[in-house]
Design a binder for this molecule. Structure first.
Ligand code: ATP
Ligand code: MG
Length: 559
């Protein structure tokens, strides 16, 4: 078999071609440029994996650059969280940089443009600017202030910087072409007045560069080779190139790829912030959140997120990835590494009548794990009273129901065969207790007479097991997507799944009581669980369900 050496994506192909042609002297230098206005989400993880992954693969470098040009929305808390999340994903940056470090240089370059007659101070109001811009079908018209002399522009720009003018009263604009079919080239705004103190530059500035003026030049200063961004920025590329060309400075290339959109969740920081602020979730790290901190808290491993990024790949057109694919990736990641143990999530008591009250049968059971050759074992006690799942018993079994039912025999996993002899109900007819007998000849193995049973159920000793809080999570949204055609509408709150979070008091086998915070298990037949790293106490674990065993949530979806 020949090894597949084809580049993984069109971006890999571009990079390989550039390496082959020596375009950047054999360098690959990428950057991940988050705006510190929220926590990273799984969409950002795709970008992190791509940018850092390219550098790793081709022996290059990656900068972590905070795109901190809007002081009104940015906070140190977000900067710290972003760094923690990138490291958790498994990547280390070559340099930690801030667009705000370049404010002096960006200002000087704006002066260069003014001197070249390529930028002017405009006195139109924000509304007027919008109106003068025209539309996709209508050309824009020139501002009356467009023909100011370089000297006048310099004077006004300096005074904007000095704080002489009010917010919204003046902006600096590039002088390009108000009739351009590319709206971003219709004299885009380069600087606006914002009388806000900046987390890093304090009160030094009251004018701040726009994304378009800051981004390409920051890339240029850092010697970035491939400036990778999402498809919304295709329309900004001509401006990105115009700025660098007008300044006659080193120009990286901007490459756009499709952003990750995952079904049944929201994925913009603005919306996630709203969920946090309005208390729809417990915080940025609520395990239902698609944030990296939420997924981490739920128990997802960074390996799974890297594998997911690999699986979905890098495309040139947008599409929505089904949440089921994400869950599939989580199971594939956990299946080989998570030890298996028994926990009963919705307990129903079973009394084994022919087992004495003071009798305990012990079983030495290994934690089955795919990728371990030598298994660890734990001891599992069987006592007269045990718990099974409520839905593992039916008083009036349906056809092909092979679990416990009057007169029916099942296997208690790892232990023995039991036969149901009766049950109790409360006044409402709910089953409160089930009676059984066990066959001592089947303890720890098969029936000597060779008889087989079709059902095997898990169970936990009532006296030796222990209660533990278990939390189940379902997708945040009831529907596949909040209105994809109007990503900025606020209707998504109405689409929140009211049942996305459920807390149960489960009964777990004794070995699980010793679970260390942060340990992961497969609870047989119930899914993959994580001992919550914050709330678990020694001897008192709290388990988060990372993911069910099968497409459990697909069944719950409203028809
Ligand atoms: P959001 O809209 O969620 O707030 P953003 O694009 O404003 O995201 P930034 O902090 O500006 O967030 O993004 C940092 C980097 O992550 C950018 O290069 C951006 O293109 C990338 N990115 C953001 N969201 C996604 C996504 N859903 N899929 C892939 N890459 C993304
Ligand atoms: Mg943004």
């Amino acid at each position: 078999m020949t090894e597949n050496t084809a580049p993984k994506s069109f971006i890999h192909e571009i990079v390989e071609n550039d390496l082959a042609s020596g375009k950047y002297g054999g360098r690959v230098h990428t950057r991940f440029p988050p705006e510190p206005n929220g926590y990273l989400h799984i969409g950002h993880a795709k970008s992190v994996c791509l940018n850092f992954g390219l550098a790793q693969q081709y022996g290059g470098k990656t900068n972590l650059r905070f795109d901190d040009t809007n002081p009104t929305k940015e906070e140190q808390e977000y900067i710290d969280a972003i760094k923690e999340d990138v490291r958790w994903l498994g990547f280390e940056w070559d340099a930690e940089l801030y667009a705000s470090d370049y404010f002096d240089q960006l200002y000087d370059w704006a002066v260069v443009l003014i001197n070249k007659g390529l930028a002017y101070v405009d006195d139109l109001s924000p509304d007027e600017i919008r109106e003068y811009r025209g539309s996709l079908t209508q050309p824009g018209k020139n501002s009356p202030w467009r023909e100011r002399s370089a000297a006048e522009n310099l004077d006004l720009f300096e005074r904007m910087k000095a704080g002489e003018f009010d917010e919204g009263s003046r902006v600096l604009r590039a002088k390009i072409d108000m009739a351009s079919p590319i709206i971003n080239l219709r004299d885009p705004v380069l600087y606006r007045i914002l009388k806000a103190s900046h987390p890093r530059t304090g009160d030094k500035w009251c004018i701040y560069p726009t994304y378009d003026w800051a981004h390409g030049q920051s890339d240029s200063i850092e010697g970035i080779t491939h400036s990778i961004c999402t498809l919304e920025f295709v329309n900004h590329r001509p401006l990105y190139e115009w700025c660098l060309k007008s300044l006659d400075i080193y120009a990286p290339q901007q490459i756009e790829f499709a952003r990750l959109d995952l079904s049944h969740t929201v994925m913009s920081k603005r919306k996630l912030l709203r969920l946090v602020n309005e208390g729809h979730v417990s915080g940025w790290d609520d395990p239902r959140m698609p944030t990296l901190s939420g997924l981490r808290r739920r128990g997802v491993r960074p390996e799974a997120l890297r594998a997911f990024a690999e699986t979905i790949g890098v495309a040139k057109t947008n599409s929505t990835i089904d949440y089921a694919l994400f869950e599939h990736t989580l199971r594939a990641d956990l299946e080989p590494i998570a030890p298996r143990a028994m926990a009963v999530l919705r307990p129903l008591k079973v009394v084994i009548e022919n087992l004495a009250a003071d009798q305990t049968e012990w079983f030495e059971v290994d934690y089955y794990r795919h990728d371990e050759t030598k298994e660890e074992t734990r001891r599992v006690p069987l006592t007269r009273e045990i718990y099974i799942e409520q839905d593992d018993f039916m008083a009036e079994p349906l056809p092909k129901y092979f679990r416990l039912a009057p007169g029916q025999e099942v296997r208690l996993m790892h232990a023995c065969l039991i036969t149901c002899t009766g049950f109790e109900t409360d006044a409402d007819g709910n089953v409160t207790e089930v009676r059984c007998t066990y066959d001592p000849a089947t303890l720890g193995g098969a029936a000597p007479d060779g008889r087989k049973v079709k059902g095997t159920i898990h169970w936990v000793s009532a006296s030796a097991g222990a209660q533990a809080a278990v939390r189940l999570y379902s997708p945040l949204l009831r529907t596949e997507n909040d209105d994809p055609d109007a990503p900025d509408t606020d209707d998504f709150i109405a689409g929140l799944n009211p049942d996305s979070f459920e807390t149960l008091t489960a009964v777990v086998e004794p070995a699980l009581l010793q679970a260390a915070a942060g340990a992961r298990f497969q609870f047989v037949r119930n899914g993959y669980f994580y001992a919550d790293p914050v709330e678990s106490k020694p001897g008192q674990p709290v388990f988060n369900r990372i993911v069910g065993l099968k497409d459990s949530w697909a069944k719950q979806q409203p028809k």
